[in-house]
Design a protein around this ligand. Structure first.
Ligand code: NAI
Length: 463
């Protein structure tokens, strides 16, 4: 078998893996990255964050041209959907970005291997390639193998009518009736895309609320807004099966009438890709959810073997994986490296967007933390009025005694960008007064965050 030697081998080229590989190369390690897909970038770039954002943007523009631009004095008669062109634009965005990673690998001298990687013994990875196997020796090995969509018992994914987000990013036509199972990030983002393009969309959710884990007040506001946009919700409904019969999809729910539709999107969470990696060869046992247990430096129980991203416990977010990739290799090389899990934002790219960082009100109450809350609605923000996005609010939660910012939750236009300021504030250990006293440009949507911080001590000016 052909053999190569590197300082570090990263298995998986998603946001966790490719970022870890580049950072390691910057730090002087002879680095290789093994990826089984021809295109680099992982789920996020190929079949996740990037294509979904391209479709969210395109479908929002379509809806705007059809229904919203009239209010701005722009008449757009005869607006027509060209779905193939929309899909082509999405594919182009994915291609440019995945090619960009290839270029970054070349620039940083990261060696790329195409094939499926698996641990053989300590310090040895075997790469199964189309023309045979290859053996890689390395002092350090990082698993960044990501995750895949979960399914439910009774549901057979057929890769077409009953599918996951992968299929929902490429439907060849607008479904008449799409049933989305699961009211999480994926269900709501992709449900929104197809609703805007004209589908009837029913979202079936097991819990009695949407966006589990997000601040309750924000999730309730979101539900009201999404309902106005035409999303139908069936909450407290447990899906027990889905199948295709006589050309129709049927979704079965416990104690309720089955729902007929023409496509089903399963969005009930994701599970880590940790099977068939040879972990057992080193005595590494994944936990009950299939995650690889690691210490605070991402080291597994086997010397020289690390894991990051969706393959380990924690939120399955591309930017969390990136931070872990950087911290992991920096710790390997310099002995320092850290991720602040209190300052990892989460964003749902719905309309309006929802951005969240730190603790929710519920988490603070459950932990018995005494906190103050400041809230500012976008309808009182000058810029929001001029851009025509009045929905939502910014909310700041601060420690009642120290005033330290503990959580920020924003539902409103560009919340996904606005939340980064809050993440910086939390990273720096800012107080709500720090946020409130920082001058914010006028007129900007960010002023809503400043005013929410001012509202913590009852001194918002515009509301
Ligand atoms: P999720 O975990 O966010 O939501 C799944 C939902 O399905 C939950 O509300 C759950 O109660 C519901 N469910 C489970 N079993 C059910 C049943 N039998 N019947 C009806 N409902 C049921 O999962 P999602 O949306 O698939 O996302 C997966 C991961 O991908 C998440 O960890 C998310 O953070 C990440 N992601 C992040 C995005 C972003 O940052 N914008 C976008 C897309 C995904």
């Amino acid at each position: 078998m052909q053999q190569q030697e590197h300082d570090l081998v990263v298995i998986g080229a998603g946001p966790g893996g490719y970022v870890a590989a580049i950072r390691a190369a910057q730090l002087g390690l002879n680095t290789a990255c093994v990826e089984l897909e021809p295109a680099l970038g992982g789920t996020c770039l190929r079949i996740g964050c990037i294509p979904s954002k391209a479709l969210l943007e395109a479908s929002a523009k379509y809806l705007e041209a059809r229904e919203k631009l009239g209010a701005f004095g722009i008449d757009c008669p005869g607006v027509k959907l060209n779905l193939p062109a929309m899909m082509q634009r999405k594919t182009q965005a994915v291609m440019m970005l995945t090619k960009g990673i290839e270029a970054l690998f070349k620039k940083n001298k990261v060696t790329r291997y195409l094939g499926r990687g698996r641990l053989q013994e300590p310090g040895k990875v075997v790469v199964e390639q189309a023309n045979g196997a290859l053996e890689l020796k390395a002092r350090h090995i990082i698993f960044a193998t990501g995750s895949q969509a979960s399914s439910l018992p009774g549901v057979t994914l057929d890769g077409d009518r009953i599918g996951t987000s992968t299929e929902a990013l490429s439907y060849p036509e607008v479904p008449q009736h799409l049933v989305v199972i699961g009211a999480g990030y994926i269900g709501l983002e992709l449900g929104s895309v197809w609703r805007r393009l004209g589908a009837k969309v029913t979202v079936v959710e097991y819990l009695d609320r949407i966006l589990f884990g997000m601040d309750n007040e924000v999730a309730s506001e979101a539900k009201k807004i999404f309902e106005k946009q035409g999303l139908n919700f069936r909450l407290s409904a447990k899906v027990t099966g889905a199948r295709v019969t006589d050309g129709q999809c049927v979704v079965e729910c416990e104690g309720a009438e089955p729902i007929q539709c023409d496509r089903v999107l399963m969005a009930v969470g994701r599970k880590p890709n940790t099977a068939q990696l040879g972990l057992e060869n080193l005595g590494i046992t994944p936990d009950k959810r299939g995650c690889i247990p690691v210490n605070s430096h991402f080291a597994t129980s086997a010397a020289g073997i690390y894991a990051i991203g969706d393959a380990i416990p924690g939120p399955m977010l591309a930017h969390k994986a990136e931070e872990e990739g950087v911290a992991c290799v920096e710790h390997i090389v310099t002995g320092q490296g850290h991720v602040n899990y209190d300052a990892i934002p989460g964003v749902a790219y719905t309309d309006p967007e929802i951005g969240s960082v730190g603790k929710t009100e519920e988490q603070l109450r459950d932990a018995g933390v005494d906190f103050k809350k400041g809230l500012f609605p976008f309808r009182a923000n000058g810029r929001a009025r001029t851009v025509g996005h009045l929905d939502g609010f910014a909310k700041v939660l601060a420690d009642a005694k120290t005033d330290r910012v503990l959580g920020v939750h924003i539902i409103g236009a560009h919340a996904g960008d606005l939340i980064n300021e809050a993440a910086v504030a939390i990273s720096f250990g800012a107080s709500s007064e720090d946020l409130a006293r920082a001058c914010h440009a006028h007129p900007t949507l960010g002023e809503a965050l400043k005013e929410a911080a001012m509202a913590v001590s009852g001194r918002a000016i515009h509301f």
